[in-house]
Write a protein that binds this ligand. Sequence first.
Ligand SMILES: [Zn+2]
Length: 268
Amino acid sequence: MELTDNQFERYARHLILDEVGDEGQEKLLNSKVLCVGAGGLGSPVLMYLAAAGVGTIGIIDDDDVDISNLQRQVIHATSKVGTPKVSSAEETLLRINPTIRINLHHMRLLPENVDNIFSKYDLIVDGSDNFPTRYMINDAAYFNGKTVVSGALLRFEGQLTTFRGGTGGHNQEPCYRCLFNAPPSDDPDGFRCEDVGILGAVAGVIGTLQATEVLKELLNLGNSMSGQLLIFDALEMTFRKIRYKRNLSCALCGDTPTIQNSTGAIID
Ligand SMILES: [Zn+2]
């Protein structure tokens, strides 16, 4: 695929980077990325990926825009309150870059549909806000051989890491269950940032870092965040990085796994 004159102008600041160039930009234009959640993390992720020319962007979310979302979910406007987040997000993205393709999945990600949806994409962005979804994304990505760029938010903190332990060939790299083998016991269903509060701009910090890591993974640039957890503390304005390894007794990717498919079915 040759870049058009319009694309040469639009992506000029990518093209002059030796590490991107025409070849890298073409790679982005041919890439398919799914963002789970069009909320606080999904907003900057989607906007930067659209601007960057990621050619196919999928958005999955079953929620409508609520006025309390607008404090951090910058992809949505006040006029969109009460409308589906996926269509509100699509409208913003097409205003930024009308030349890309956007797939809307106006539904909840479930064990029954996750494999089918993930199979259409090269890479998954986890912008979800609850633990059951995080584990489901991790497990399905592993079985479908997809890389996940994961972000999480809590009050004044954010976390970022990447999982590429799927069957696609990086099989010595750790997964989410290697890092957190079970949801926090005090709330197995997952607290949501909605319930505990979040300084809105922190979502922008972590979501923008996720978009950066997605572009790096697609272009195979620099150091991957696979096996590394970045922890951002906005009050101290510090970033810490913790390294972690594949857990040999991980229920998913360990030597004797007990989870056998994306529905979370356990081997007896
Ligand atoms: Zn694992």
